[in-house]
Design a protein around this ligand. Structure first.
Ligand SMILES: *Cc1c(COP(=O)(O)O)cnc(C)c1O
Length: 234
């Protein structure tokens, strides 16, 4: 018989402990790192249980799925929604209206639409540029050598606030191999800041490589399975 998955506060605590340990190993303050709970395919009841355990930032990959959960959890006023999926032009309105953060901006057209569609009563949409590093299998993402010009454009859009960069590297077998692309992303961010930007956010690291990401300066780690267990349809 199929039983509904249960939220495990212990699993959430284990992830927090992993972040803390990795941060201390490199002399960082664990409080500098935001844990984003990735709830794709998980029911709103799971997210509510995580909220009750103290979780506040939630990531969704599909605009409609995220908006439906936001409706179900509308009573949780201080919950923050982050859009982390591949963004198509016909889905920007939902994202601009319903999310606080977008991690996956990778072209000017998407950025302009988000800015134009961001409601005026809402604070600016917090934006990260998704960078496709070498060998990255993910859909979307901008090449590293095109990041600077996209950043310049996005920084001028009135309803967006450019905060930093995001990446999804392929799985790697060792801690050292995992760290290499995260280091690359950090160096890219440092270069943008040397050229006048004031970016403070690196969204990198998932269930299997969050330690490597924290060691290289992640300020947001995006974790699904290690918090909620396997996804129903994976
Ligand atoms: C699904 C997903 C995650 C979480 O992955 P896990 O391996 O389950 O932790 C993080 N980031 C993005 C962009 C995702 O799509």
């Amino acid at each position: 018989m199929l039983t509904a998955p249960q939220f495990s506060p212990a699993a959430l605590q284990t992830v927090r402990d992993r972040i803390d340990r990795a941060a201390r190993q490199v002399g960082r303050e664990p409080t500098e790192i935001c844990l984003l709970a990735v709830g794709k395919q998980q029911p709103a009841s799971m997210l509510r249980a995580a909220y009750d355990a103290g979780q506040r930032d939630f990531g969704e990959n599909f605009a409609q799925e995220g908006a439906a959960k936001a409706d179900e959890l509308a009573d949780l006023a201080d919950l923050r929604w982050h859009f982390i999926g591949h963004l198509q032009a016909n889905k920007t309105r939902e994202v601009a209206e319903r999310f606080a953060w977008v991690h996956t901006v990778d072209r000017e057209r998407i950025a302009s639409r988000l800015s134009a569609q961001r409601p005026h009563h809402a604070p600016p949409l917090q934006v990260l540029l998704q960078v496709r590093l070498a060998d990255e299998p993910a859909k979307g993402g901008i090449a590293p050598d095109a990041v600077a010009s996209l950043a310049t454009v996005v920084a001028t859009l009135p309803r967006l606030r450019l905060r930093g960069l995001m990446c999804i590297p392929p799985p790697a077998p060792t801690l050292e191999a995992q760290r290499a692309p995260f280091r690359e992303l950090r160096v890219l961010l440092e270069r943008l800041n040397a050229n006048g930007h004031q970016l403070d956010t690196l969204s990198m690291g998932m269930s299997d490589d969050l330690e490597a990401a924290v060691m290289e300066g992640a300020t947001i780690v995006r974790v699904g399975t290690a918090i909620f267990g396997a996804r129903p349809r994976d």
